[in-house]
Design a protein around this ligand. Structure first.
Ligand code: NDP
Ligand code: MG
Length: 385
């Protein structure tokens, strides 16, 4: 079979490196043609030498010379800047784009990839949170473009939906690990440090999503992501805490039947499923063993303590630019928490303030999203200062 050309945006991150680990297991299937990073020049250079892509792009332009010098004896093109990433996506030599940048920064390139009819293996959920309506609109205009979910919950639902109709869905349950502070009180949370919040029990992920998991914003984002991916109403999307992360999510159909997708928590599986869809690819990774799990546990999420989940559902219900406000405010407060400029509980308080303060737009254009994102960041920064 012919090798497929792969672009990885955010190659140096948790999802990016695990994508390359999948490629390493099946090297005959893939040509890596484009790699991008932001600040991790060492790893990007190492990856470039190993995979010889046509192009590497470093988003932060200050890092350009370091990467350029290191690769000057190769035929690899080195570019810098956010716009270079967006432009490179249009290349005809790319079959599938892994969108694994963090946050709002991934929106422009994902939109571009869809415009050009690419398959997008989407990890960057914030893109759908911010502008799910624009993305779904673009997908309708360009039928050859596809989004293949990488997020483990959405991959689970996508796998459960194989051979089914979206219109037969009654509801879905997104499973949540609950993060490192499952069962904790507000009192306890008022004193937790970034170091404590960065210790996730089941998954080893980038810093931003690890904090989002600790606050349950990640699950709120995933509800919005599911709404767009599977054309659901907010009432059809439920969250259940399942601390062991064995069941990755469930779908209930209109005849009452429930399907679940299960497996050990390892992002390589949803990544591989997205890369090979609609085929399954044999691998010899560690398998689930019932002997290790005598019981699987479930509980309802504590929305009183983890108010982000309610804020996300509120934003999802209001639609328009409200999820964009939610996301921009969240990006600012997560960074401020990581920098120890605000406490854990202040994160939700500031997001709630932003949702009240910023101008609501029911039918935003792309330009409106750019403005909402900027204005929200400015407002939340001013509250922190
Ligand atoms: P990481 O922080 O580990 O990696 C992020 C990648 O994006 C890095 O390559 C980073 O470059 C690059 N990057 C960061 N900021 C920018 C920017 N402003 N412009 C361009 N590139 C940038 O994140 P994860 O891999 O954990 O997460 C990536 C996405 O996938 C997120 O949207 C997350 O929510 C989602 N996701 C992640 C999961 C996981 O298990 N990790 C699970 C499900 C979803 P550099 O390191 O060089 O600075
Ligand atoms: Mg997830």
């Amino acid at each position: 079979t012919k090798k497929r050309n792969l672009a990885i945006l955010g190659a140096t991150g948790s999802i990016g490196t695990q994508t390359l680990a999948v490629v390493d297991e099946h090297p005959d299937d893939w040509n890596v043609t484009l790699l991008t990073a932001n600040n991790n020049t060492n790893l990007l250079i190492k990856q470039a030498k190993k995979y010889s892509p046509n192009t590497v792009i470093i988003a932060n332009e200050q890092n350009y010379t370091v990467v350029k010098d290191a690769l000057k004896k190769t035929s690899i093109q080195v570019q810098a800047g956010q716009q270079a990433i967006v432009d490179a996506i249009a290349q005809e030599t790319i079959d599938i784009v892994v969108a694994a940048m963090v946050g709002y920064s991934g929106l422009a390139s994902t939109l571009k990839a869809i415009e050009h009819g690419k398959s997008v293996a989407l990890a960057n959920k914030e893109t759908l949170v911010v502008a799910g309506d624009l993305i779904t609109q673009k997908l309708k205009e360009v039928p050859e473009a596809k989004i293949l979910p990488v997020d483990s919950e959405h991959s689970a639902i996508f796998q459960c939906l194989s051979g089914e109709k979206l219109s037969s869905i009654d509801k879905i349950w997104l499973t949540a690990s609950g993060g490192p502070f499952l069962g904790k009180t507000k009192d306890f949370l008022s004193t937790v440090t970034p170091k404590q919040a960065l210790k996730h029990p089941n998954w080893d992920m980038g810093a931003k999503i690890t904090i989002d998991s600790a606050t349950l914003m990640n699950k709120g984002f995933e509800a919005i992501e599911a709404k767009w991916l599977f054309d659901l109403k907010p009432q059809q999307i439920d969250v259940i805490v399942h601390a062991q992360s064995i069941i990755h999510s469930l779908v209930q159909f209109n005849d009452g039947s429930i399907k679940a997708q299960c497996g050990l928590p390892d992002m390589k599986l949803p990544i591989q499923y997205a890369l090979y869809y609609p085929r399954r690819k044999k691998n010899d990774w560690e398998r689930f063993d019932f002997a290790d799990y005598a019981t699987l546990n479930f509980e309802t999420p504590d929305k009183e303590t983890f108010t982000n989940l309610s804020l996300a559902y509120e934003a999802m219900g209001k639609e328009g630019n409200m999820p964009c406000i939610l996301n921009a405010a969240n990006e600012v407060v997560v960074q401020a928490f990581l920098d120890e400029r605000i406490g854990f509980l202040e994160m939700s308080e500031l997001i709630a303030k932003a949702m009240q303060k910023l101008t609501y737009k029911a039918h935003p254009t792309y330009q409106d999203y750019i403005e909402t994102d900027m204005e929200t960041r400015e407002y939340v920064c001013s509250l922190i200062r």
